[in-house]
Write a protein that binds this ligand. Structure first.
Ligand SMILES: Nc1ncnc2c1ncn2[C@@H]1O[C@H](COP(=O)(O)OP(=O)(O)OP(=O)(O)O)[C@@H](O)[C@H]1O
Ligand SMILES: [Zn+2]
Length: 680
């Protein structure tokens, strides 16, 4: 084996390698490369886990997989392919989620090093906690287009994955999505919401009907709204004034998902209603409602080969054909499921993707917004930064080099490394961090006695929401137990059914009010957290809750807002204070499935140093936080509801920095990056 030839690796390292056992988490773009490197480096015992099967779109960069493997388990095929390089290696493959309860702390303790090659935060957070508990060094990695990052996470020595706040999801005001779209991405988000309303898991914040509570239109619609300012999609049939109160899915089912009926509802009736909100159109171009019949004739003349021309911008009639076909297919797919189950939108699912491309473009025609090809819509809707095979390969190479250092106990040399597109003035493409970043004493995961403040309207939040949205979705617990500290009352139990009766209660019903201390415990993650409740009276559209890790952040709302305004920064973003920026969430924000996204320049973000020469060491640390960054600024100006599309990334800028990586937080654009690998 090449790596064991004398002179390739030092003899001492060879010895360490021979007696080590590694876990690779994820067998995708980076994971496959890592596995290949490990096998070629002579590692004798490797375990690899991945929950997914191989997709056609993986083949352009995941070289352990070939066409005949499509549909098969990633981890198992990766194992088989890697064994061809070296049949003597013992590789154990698991086709499973690393978050499954089978993989507890003892499972992690078996390994000398864990190598993460994941694509989502939930799993990254979880592995972070398990490795901290098991006291196993974790090498965390990620790529975004041409940028990549590798870092060591070692309990007590370095920052953990959750020491600094994560990137916030790019969010759009709900009214923009529902009433006044102006960019293709607004139409795409709306179309994804429509998919969920009709076929997926429905989420209140993903309503697609006109929003009469839009502050801009408020005065004129106040009288006509139903008191709470909301106007449900299903309540509007303006032509005949007949208000039908059923939910969207039920309404579509009752109409047998008839293309003409649905089309007229979403693209004619609702648009007519929007037009009636005349305030909205005083400074904007009004939309043009479209009737199904008006495009029907043109549909018959179509040559349907356009459907697979992914770079073509479909005409209105073509969109209507796709809309109609997808409705039929998706309806069949939905009917195959058990009653109550729903479809999950997936960019790689043909009808789901086609549906979103067609609906987004129809809305584009209505609002005179630039139309996009299916290829572009896929890129934007799937939050894809094209994965670059070479970045993955380089990143995986660095992961294995870091593994060597860990095995040789040279932890001080394991500084984070950033991959960049062009060399810096020092001719570096791989830019090392200057020092190991120490743990954050306020981290709500790796600090000695982690505690957070939770600002919440205790009279509005139910126990179930508290568990699902705060503990599971935001704080990443898997199966929490919660007791009121002073009284020992069990609020949430991890035992099934034990506290079901509490789920519908409000926090205040259970005496969880301002100042109360809750003890939360996730047995599986071996994670204990104290939560101190801070009551706030939430107004409509206010943030549902705020997680505050740094008590200094616990200032009156107005004061905080002022700070944000006056400095132009979110004051809590100081990495030295850790996840001090409050983590804010609305009930039903979309989940952050992927750490990568479609990007756009965000040159105005003043909190990001452009040039390391001008940046203090802290600023550089702050800016070089990997694929996780800052919480959102408190929105002081807007009362509009927001909706989100997936994540944000931190990207290394090609600046003239002398000293190290400078990163810029980027957000999405309508234009894919250059150098795209065709994802279809
Ligand atoms: N909880 C988890 N347990 C195990 N594996 C996971 C978990 N979450 C994600 N993964 C795996 O991590 C891998 C990440 O690889 P990568 O980023 O290349 O994604 P991909 O799905 O292969 O590609 P793409 O998302 O670009 O289509 C995927 O194979 C994914 O299945
Ligand atoms: Zn931490």
């Amino acid at each position: 084996m090449a790596a064991f030839l004398d002179g390739v690796l030092p003899a001492t390292l060879q010895e360490k390698i021979k007696s080590s056992k590694l876990l690779v988490v994820g067998a995708g773009g980076i994971g496959c490369e890592i596995l290949k490197n490990l096998v070629l480096s002579g590692f004798p015992e490797i375990e690899i886990i991945d929950l997914d099967t191989i997709d056609l779109s993986n083949l352009n960069r995941q070289f352990l997989f070939h066409r005949e493997h499509v549909g098969k388990s990633k981890s198992q095929v990766a194992r088989e392919s890697a064994l061809q390089f070296n049949p003597d290696v013992k590789i154990k493959a698991y086709h499973d989620s690393i978050m499954a309860t089978d993989y507890g702390v003892n499972f992690f303790k078996k390994f000398d090093v864990v190598l993460n090659a994941l694509d989502n935060r939930a799993a990254r957070n979880h592995v972070n906690r398990m490795c901290l508990n098991a006291e196993v060094p974790l090498i965390e990695s990620g790529t975004a287009g041409y940028n990549g990052q590798v870092e060591l996470i070692k309990k007590g020595l370095t920052q953990c994955y959750e020491c600094t706040p994560k990137a916030t999801q790019k969010s759009f005001p709900g009214c923009t999505i529902r009433n006044t779209p102006s960019e293709p991405i607004h139409c795409i988000v709306w179309a994804k919401h429509l998919f969920n309303q009709l076929f997926g898991e429905t989420v209140d914040d993903e309503d697609i009907s006109p929003d009469v509570a839009d502050p801009e239109a408020k005065s004129e619609v106040e009288e006509s709204s139903n008191g709470d300012g909301e106007k449900k999609i299903d309540e509007t049939v303006p032509d005949d004034g007949n208000v039908v109160r059923v939910n969207t899915r039920q309404w579509a089912k009752d109409n047998n998902y008839d293309a003409a009926t649905l089309f007229n509802k979403f693209f004619y009736d609702d648009i007519k209603y929007l037009l009636s909100m005349s305030n909205l159109w005083k400074t904007r171009k009004p939309p043009t409602p479209i009737k199904w019949d008006s495009i029907l004739l043109k549909q018959d003349e179509l040559d349907t080969s356009f459907v697979r021309q992914y770079h073509k911008i479909w005409s209105l009639a073509e969109c209507a054909v796709v809309f109609s076909d997808c409705l039929k297919n998706l309806k069949v797919n939905l009917e195959k499921l058990e009653e109550g189950d729903s479809l999950v939108w997936d960019k790689d699912d043909q009808p789901a993707m086609d549906f979103v491309a067609a609906c987004a473009n129809i809305r584009g025609y209505i609002f005179d917004i630039l139309r996009k090809s299916r290829f572009e819509v896929k890129s934007m809707a799937g939050n894809i930064i094209p994965a670059i095979a070479t970045t993955n390969a380089i990143t995986a190479g660095v992961v294995v080099l870091q593994t060597f250092k860990v095995l040789q106990n040279e932890l001080d040399k394991c500084k984070s490394v950033y991959m960049r597109l062009r060399p810096n003035p020092r001719q570096q493409l791989l830019v090392p961090e200057k020092f190991l970043t120490p743990p954050n004493p306020n981290c709500y995961v790796c600090a000695a006695d982690p505690a957070i403040h939770l600002r919440v309207d205790t009279k509005k939040m139910h126990i179930k929401e508290f568990r699902d949205e705060v503990l599971i979705k935001t704080l990443n617990m898997v199966n929490p137990d919660v007791i009121v500290d002073a009284k020992g009352v069990v609020v949430i139990s991890s035992e099934e059914g034990e506290t079901e009766c509490n789920e519908g209660k409000l926090l205040s019903d259970m005496d969880i009010v301002d100042g109360v201390l809750l003890k939360c415990d996730d047995f599986f993650q071996n994670y204990e957290l104290s939560i101190i409740i801070v009551h706030m009276d939430a107004e409509r559209d206010d943030t549902m809750f705020e997680v505050i890790a740094d008590p200094n952040q616990l200032k009156p709302k107005e004061e905080n807002a002022e700070n944000v305004k006056s400095t132009g920064k979110d004051n809590g973003n100081d990495a030295s204070d850790g996840p001090s920026t409050s983590k804010k969430a609305r009930i039903n924000d979309v989940d952050d499935d992927d750490d990568l996204c479609v990007i756009e320049d965000d040159d105005d973000d003043p909190s990001i140093p452009r040039n390391a020469e001008n940046a203090t060491a802290e600023e550089v640390i702050k800016a070089t936080d990997k694929l996780r960054v800052q919480s959102p600024e408190k929105s002081v100006a807007t009362k509009r509801k927001t909706t989100t599309i997936d994540d944000d990334i931190t990207e290394i800028l090609d600046s003239d920095d002398e000293d190290g990586p400078t990163q810029s937080k980027r957000t999405r654009t309508s234009e894919p990056e250059t150098g795209i690998i065709n994802i279809d």
